[in-house]
Design a protein around this ligand. Structure first.
Ligand code: SAH
Ligand code: SF4
Length: 366
């Protein structure tokens, strides 16, 4: 006898599982339960992951099967809002993911030589960094591995709409959207596994970068499991006194432990880590902080990315002035550190760190 749940979702489906959460073996099992041959499952799986096709676009799958798949194994990706900036080279979507429609953001950035997707690992974040719009909303939900990977499949499709001045082919993925990936480690790692799967989109692991606020055990796990994946660590302060204030998790994993974990990661993976640093006016942009950062970055052989602060409604602070940023860069460079000032892509469409989601919530409230 069928349960109420499987009456709704169909016999053989896994409750709550969208298509991107299923392995090929699981999909094969479901279709076998419907009397479909194994090649159908391979065909559907290939199109989901290789061509980023939606069911309605799978013209070689018989229409009744497409309809049944859409009803019982939904893709679980709903585009709620899309915006573009930079002449179409930056594209951002607010997605509703999974049966519970968790709201997250994904951003696609086309450059002359590469296309990068910035994806979210959680709806909201529990880490509480005060300057971050996602931190200000708190943790709403963890995403599943399939829900994280599904954002990349949106980005693959969307890349075809980028201007001709870009390669129009997604090759890079960064976990720098909403959420702390190492606080949702199982799902984040499951997503990476799906993305680098030779039967899937076959992204190069070297083209995936995970950005973390500095969860020490997770950094170790990342290096063990995916030695080719890049590591970016959000520092924002180079001594514990300031970092405790800006990045509260520093009280649990202080700078000495973080640097030790990064050193170990570097030795294991032979990859240079990045250090992320939001430039916040009169807060963390002094020459003194820069000099302390030189010591850390040199010890780790790290590349430093400076991000002018994106002002958020919940934190009354300004980005550092261009002169101060130049001064900070000067100290780093004369200390022999490689440094890049990140461009402020997508400012006009609030394409940073949970801001589109905040705007959406505000509109929904009223
Ligand atoms: N939780 C992870 C990844 C998501 S945040 C992390 O913290 O690394 C991605 C990057 O955006 C981080 O470096 C984060 O510190 C930075 N960021 C967050 N809010 C910002 C803001 N208002 N302005 C500039 N950068 C910000
Ligand atoms: Fe979370 Fe990263 Fe924002 Fe901190 S900066 S609150 S860890 S998303």
């Amino acid at each position: 006898m069928r349960s109420g749940r499987s009456d709704v979702r169909g016999a053989g489906t896994l409750p709550g599982m969208g298509a991107y959460d299923l392995s090929l073996e699981e999909l094969t099992g479901i279709l076998a339960g419907w009397g479909e041959p194994a090649f159908r499952a391979r065909q559907v799986h290939r199109q989901l992951w290789r061509r980023a096709a939606r069911y309605e676009d799978m013209t070689d799958v018989p229409p009744p099967l497409r309809e049944r798949l859409a009803a019982e194994v939904p893709l679980g990706v709903e585009v709620l809002e899309e915006r573009t900036a930079d002449g179409g080279a930056t594209r951002k979507a607010l997605l509703g993911l999974g049966p519970a429609r968790h709201l997250v953001e994904v951003v696609l950035m086309g450059y002359r030589d590469r296309v990068t997707a910035c994806i979210s690992s959680q709806a909201g974040c529990a880490m509480g960094c005060g300057f971050c719009a996602t931190g200000q909303m708190g943790l709403r939900n963890n995403l599943t591995a399939g829900e994280i990977a599904a954002q990349v499949m949106w980005a693959f499709r969307e890349a075809r709409r980028l201007p001709a001045s870009t390669p129009r082919r997604l090759a890079n993925v960064v976990f720098m959207g909403m959420g702390e990936p190492l606080a949702n480690e199982r799902a984040a790692f499951g997503a990476i596994e799906r993305l680098v799967d030779p039967r899937g989109p076959k992204l190069g692991a070297r083209h995936v970068t995970l950005s973390t606020v500095g969860l020490v055990p997770g950094i170790r796990h990342l290096g063990e499991r995916f030695p080719q994946v890049g590591l970016a660590v959000s520092f924002h302060a180079a001594d514990d006194e300031l970092r405790d204030r800006l990045v509260p998790i520093n009280r649990v994993h202080p700078i000495s432990a973080l640097v030790a974990a990064m050193r170990e990661h570097r030795a294991r993976t032979r990859r240079r880590p990045s250090i992320e640093w939001a430039m916040i006016d009169a807060t963390n942009d002094s020459d003194d902080q820069a000099r302390k950062l030189v010591r850390i970055a040199r010890e780790l052989g790290a590349h430093v990315n400076l991000i002018p602060l994106n002002p958020t409604p919940g934190w009354p602070t300004e980005p550092s002035s261009p002169q101060r940023i130049r001064g900070f860069v000067g100290v780093l460079e004369s200390g022999g550190v490689n440094v890049t000032v990140r461009d402020t892509r997508g400012r006009g469409i609030e394409a940073a760190c949970g801001q589109l989601r905040l705007a959406h919530d505000a509109a929904a409230r009223g």
